[in-house]
Design a protein around this ligand. Structure first.
Ligand code: SF4
Length: 378
C-alpha cells in the first residue's frame, strides 16, 4: 500500500480512505493548478533559480491567471522573508534524483512525499511547506509524514516543520524528535490496517467516495436532515454556530454527491457515444453548445456605427487591463504601473465596486511557527 504524505490529513480523519482504489485520484482542479504554479515560482526563487519571466512562464504552463499567480507569489514571498533566517542554505527535492520514500516491508506500506523546502541545521532538519489554499484542513499530519521521511533520510534527532499559509499570513509550526515520529508511524499503521470508516465533510475530497458505503449512508442522512430545514437553535452563540456549521457541511456534502453523480452519468453517456436511450421513452444526450463573443478590437467600428455610445454594452475587465499594462511595463515596474493606472481610474470615478457576501467555514489557527522557532534562540 502506498501512502502519500499529502493524503495523510485525509487518512488521519478516516483511515478507510487509505485503502487501495483503482478510481482516479481527484484533483483539486483550478485551485490545484494555481497552487502548483505558485509553488513552482516561489520554490525556484527561494533556492536562487529564478527565471527571467518566471511568472509568465508558470502562468502559461499551468493555465492560470497571471494576476492571481502574481498576487499569491508576492504574499508567499513576504511570508518566506519572515522565515528565511531559520532556513540556511535552503534546498528543494529533485524528484529525478532521489525521491523521499520509506518502505516498511513487514507492514507492506510505503510512505512517499517531500516538503517544498528543507534545510539542515546540525542535528535538526527544518522543513517548510507553502500552502496557498483556504485554511480548512490542518497540515500537521502531512508535515509529520515529511518529518518522518526526513529523520530516516538525514539521520537527525529532531525536525522542525512549518506550514506557511500565504493567503492568511499565518505560519503553523511543530517540532518533533525521532521518538515522537516513530510512535506516530506505529499508530498510523495500526489505524490504517484497521481501516475504520469515519465519514464526514472530508468525503467530498476522497477518491473512494463513489464506492464507499459509509459515505453513501452519510449522504442519505444529510438529505433527510436538510429536508427538515434548520433545527431550533440554542441561545449560546457558539452552540448556534456549531449547529449552523453542521447544516452547511451537510449541504456541501449533498452538493458534492450530486456533482459526483452527474460526472458518473456524463462519463457513461460519453462512453456510449454521446447518446443513450432509456426504456421509458427518453434519451440521454451529450451535446455541445456554442457561446458567441464579440472581439471588441475587430468589431469596434461596426459597433459604434450601429449603437453609438457603447458604454452600456461594454464591460472592461480590471484583471485583463492590469495584465495588459504589466505586459507593456519594464521588468521591476510592472506592479507599480498597474497600481498607478488603477489609482488614475479611481480618481476619475471610473471604478465601480460591488460588495457581496461569501459564506464559508474557516478553521481557527492560533499558532505562530516563527515565534516557536525564535523562542528556541536559533
Ligand atoms: S468516502 Fe468518506 S467515509 Fe468513505 S473512505 Fe472516504 S473519507 Fe472515509
Amino acid at each position: 500500500m502506498i501512502l502519500r504524505c499529502s493524503s495523510l490529513p485525509l487518512y488521519a480523519t478516516c483511515p478507510a480512505a487509505a485503502q487501495p482504489t483503482t478510481l482516479p485520484f481527484k484533483s483539486g482542479g483550478d485551485a490545484a493548478d494555481l497552487g502548483s504554479a505558485v509553488h513552482d515560482v516561489v520554490v525556484k526563487r527561494i533556492i536562487g533559480q529564478r527565471g527571467p519571466d518566471d511568472l509568465a512562464d508558470a502562468a502559461d504552463r499551468y493555465g492560470v491567471e497571471i494576476e492571481e499567480l502574481s498576487r499569491l507569489v508576492y504574499l508567499s514571498w513576504r511570508r518566506w522573508e519572515e522565515m528565511a533566517e531559520f532556513f540556511p542554505s535552503p534546498k528543494t527535492v529533485d524528484l529525478n534524483d532521489d525521491p523521499w520514500r520509506f518502505v516498511d516491508k513487514p507492514a507492506g506500506v510505503e510512505l512517499t512525499g517531500h516538503p517544498d523546502i528543507y534545510s539542515l541545521c546540525g542535528n535538526e532538519v527544518r522543513l517548510l511547506d507553502l500552502k496557498t489554499g483556504r485554511l480548512d484542513t490542518s497540515a500537521e499530519q502531512q508535515l509529520r509524514g515529511y518529518a518522518f521521511l526526513a529523520v530516516h533520510r538525514f539521520e537527525v534527532d529532531a525536525v522542525y516543520a512549518c506550514a506557511l499559509h500565504s493567503r492568511q499570513g499565518i505560519v503553523e509550526g511543530w517540532r518533533w524528535d525521532t521518538a515522537d515520529l516513530l510512535q506516530w508511524w506505529t499508530e498510523l499503521k495500526k489505524e490504517i490496517k484497521f481501516a475504520a470508516y469515519n465519514p464526514g465533510r472530508q468525503c467530498c475530497y476522497c477518491p473512494r467516495a463513489t464506492v464507499c458505503p459509509a459515505h453513501s449512508r452519510l449522504v442519505q442522512f444529510s438529505i433527510a436532515s436538510l429536508t427538515e430545514g434548520i433545527p431550533s437553535l440554542p441561545e449560546d452563540p457558539q452552540k448556534r454556530g456549531r449547529i449552523l456549521a453542521e447544516v452547511l457541511d451537510r449541504a456541501k456534502l449533498v452538493e458534492s454527491a450530486c456533482q459526483m453523480a452527474r460526472e458518473a452519468v456524463r462519463a457513461e453517456v460519453a462512453a456510449a457515444g454521446g447518446r443513450l436511450e432509456t426504456d421509458d421513452g427518453r434519451e440521454l444526450v451529450l451535446s455541445q453548445r456554442t457561446k458567441t463573443e464579440i472581439d471588441f478590437g475587430l468589431g469596434e467600428e461596426i459597433l459604434r456605427q450601429a449603437v453609438g455610445d457603447l458604454s452600456e454594452c461594454v464591460k472592461v475587465s480590471k484583471t485583463e487591463v492590469e495584465k495588459a499594462v504589466k505586459a507593456k511595463a519594464p521588468r521591476g515596474a510592472k506592479m507599480q504601473a498597474a497600481e498607478k493606472l488603477i489609482a488614475q481610474l479611481g480618481e476619475a470615478g471610473a471604478l465601480r465596486e460591488t460588495v457581496y457576501d461569501v459564506l464559508d467555514i474557516k478553521r481557527k489557527v492560533e499558532k505562530d511557527g516563527r515565534k516557536q522557532l525564535a523562542k528556541k534562540g536559533d
